[in-house]
Ligand binder design. Structure first.
Ligand SMILES: Nc1ncnc2c1ncn2[C@@H]1O[C@H](COP(=O)(O)OP(=O)(O)O)[C@@H](O)[C@H]1O
Ligand SMILES: [Mg+2]
Length: 267
């Protein structure tokens, strides 16, 4: 029997999980256009949730609403509530505090015209760190992002000299340096070569062991490889969500199976 979207945390056989993020009745408008409609779901403390669905479904809008990056868009409005643990994201008067809890990596690598090391440390500027602590953080973040070996001899060179795949891993290192509790990734492998893409998948899998990772992807084989949970969005609504093994099984909705099988939907 298909699961209603709001039963996401109540899947039979699933262990009790504390949500890191919960969305209750979230609807989003851009001016007059309703982009997301009554999103009711939650994302567990650990593990990788893949947001999938056709282009224009609202995946990026949902992801970007979670750390209030959409707030700056003219005409953007949100109804309902998004909570990080038990705290409504609107309660964060200091947006930097929210962004330190909820890190984000975009589809196109967004590096600054500064050195590799400065890029890694960008999110912690303003935090008092000794030179040794900074070096340690740079190394640790780059190692976790599987980039250290490629850049360790040129940390002071411009980040613009890196390949696209390396730049994307640098963006991930920058996100990791703030030690986020929740990591949002919007199609992080879409604009890079397959080898770097696999390195990022391995990293996402490792991060999911102790972090809440929410990742938009268009790539169904990738979803199969890395997702613990899958949320299928279409036309601004959650069609179905649940553990990956359920979503990829014959028990999921016809529309889910069609989308995950043929990457096509007529919902
Ligand atoms: N800044 C914006 N202003 C107006 N409409 C937008 C804006 N951003 C996204 N949209 C619209 O919202 C819908 C969902 O977009 P998006 O969340 O980017 O979808 P997806 O990531 O699933 O491809 C699309 O119809 C898109 O045109
Ligand atoms: Mg998108």
């Amino acid at each position: 029997m298909p699961l209603a979207a709001n039963t996401y945390l109540k899947v039979v056989g699933a262990p009790e999980i504390t949500p890191a993020v919960s969305c209750e009745g979230v609807s989003v408008w851009m001016g007059e256009n309703c982009i997301l409609s009554r999103i009711h779901t939650s994302f567990p403390e650990r593990g990788v949730t893949c947001l999938v669905g056709p282009s224009g479904a609202g995946k990026s809008t949902l992801l970007r609403s979670l750390n209030r990056i959409n707030d700056d868009i003219d005409g953007y409005s949100l109804r309902g509530s998004i909570k990080i643990r038990d705290r409504d994201i609107r309660e964060f008067t200091d947006i930097t505090e929210l962004r330190r809890k909820v890190g984000m990596v975009f589809q196109r690598p967004c590096v600054f015209p500064r050195s590799i090391a400065e890029n890694v440390l960008f999110g912690v500027r303003g935090v008092k760190l000794s030179a040794a602590e900074k070096s340690e953080l740079v190394e640790d973040s780059l190692r976790r992002a599987v980039l250290w070996d490629e850049v360790k001899t040129r940390l002071n060179q411009s980040a613009m000299s890196l390949s696209l795949g390396q730049q994307q891993r640098l963006c991930i290192a920058r996100a990791l340096a703030i030690k986020p509790e929740i990591l949002l990734l919007d199609e992080p492998t879409a604009s890079i070569d397959p080898t770097s893409g696999r390195a990022i998948e391995d990293l996402v899998l490792a991060l999911g062991q102790d972090t809440c990772v929410i990742m938009v992807t268009h790539n169904i084989p990738q979803t199969k490889r890395i997702a613990d949970h899958v949320l299928f969005l279409c036309d601004g609504k959650i069609m179905e969500s649940g553990p990956a093994n359920y979503m990829f099984s014959s028990k999921s909705d016809n529309q889910t199976r069609q989308y995950l099988g043929e990457e096509f939907c007529d919902c």
